[in-house]
Design a protein. Structure first.
Length: 236
């Protein structure tokens, strides 16, 4: 069976096809800027498994059906418009940037050296160009895509997998980073656009379900905390 993630109605993500499940954290430099990813472990799974979507399972990252007890409303609001239909295009020197702001998961890789938008205008400098490419490619949500002067997307090669994101600097657990072009189906079985980088909400509070919109930060979501602690804003 091919790798696939299916969004269930007011319930978990059903994962099929032996998708690897990893843990990784956002690495920051001395200035507190997000600069990379550090893999911290791999989680044993079978060929299929169910990942919590409501944020309140006591067995996170897996579903324990708490969504039933809490009457979780997982209504999808993201729609099916493609990245090309929703992104802004920014033309720079030797590099073009495409930006779909609504996909932002607040991972902050785009903040270095004045920000990615500013860097695109300075890409005649090889070092700045390399930094702009790196910032865009580190973005887990795929909000940013850089293209060469011919319009060809410059995407990183990523292992098809799901990454459980941790954000130590902010003291929160982040989204599910879906990498490598894994198919995602909505509750009706309709596919979302297949992309190399996508982030799915796992705190239950995104306004762009099933995708992450950074709401895990405001809610203080932590995988290791009990639901009552999360609601009380305990973030460690």
């Amino acid at each position: 069976m091919s790798m696939r993630i299916t969004v269930s109605e007011d319930g978990p993500y059903f994962v099929e096809g032996g998708v690897p499940l990893l843990r990784a954290e956002i690495v920051t430099n001395d200035e507190g800027e997000a600069v990379g990813w550090r893999e911290t472990g791999r989680v044993g799974t079978g060929e299929s498994y169910a990942l919590c979507r409501c944020g309140e399972s006591a067995d996170k990252p897996f579903c324990d059906y708490t969504h039933i007890a809490v009457a979780f409303d997982g209504t999808e609001t993201a729609g099916h418009r493609s990245f090309a239909e929703t992104c802004l295009s920014v033309s720079g020197t030797s590099l073009n940037l495409r930006d779909a702001r609504h996909l932002c998961a607040e991972a902050r890789f785009c903040d270095r050296a004045g920000g990615l938008w500013n860097l695109v205008d300075q890409c005649d400098d090889p070092e700045i160009r390399a930094l702009a490419v790196a910032e865009a490619q580190l973005c887990p949500s795929g909000r940013y895509v850089v293209c060469d002067s011919g319009g060809e997307p410059m995407e990183p090669e990523l292992e098809p997998s799901i990454v459980l994101v941790e954000d130590p600097q902010l003291g929160v657990s982040g989204p599910l980073f879906v990498r490598g072009g894994i198919e995602i189906l909505d509750v009706r079985g309709n596919p979302y656009e297949v992309r190399n980088r996508v982030t799915l909400c796992r705190c239950g509070t995104s306004a762009n379900k099933p995708f992450c919109d950074g709401a895990h930060i405001a809610s203080g979501f932590r995988e290791g905390l009990e639901p009552e602690q999360v609601k009380a804003g305990v973030a460690g």
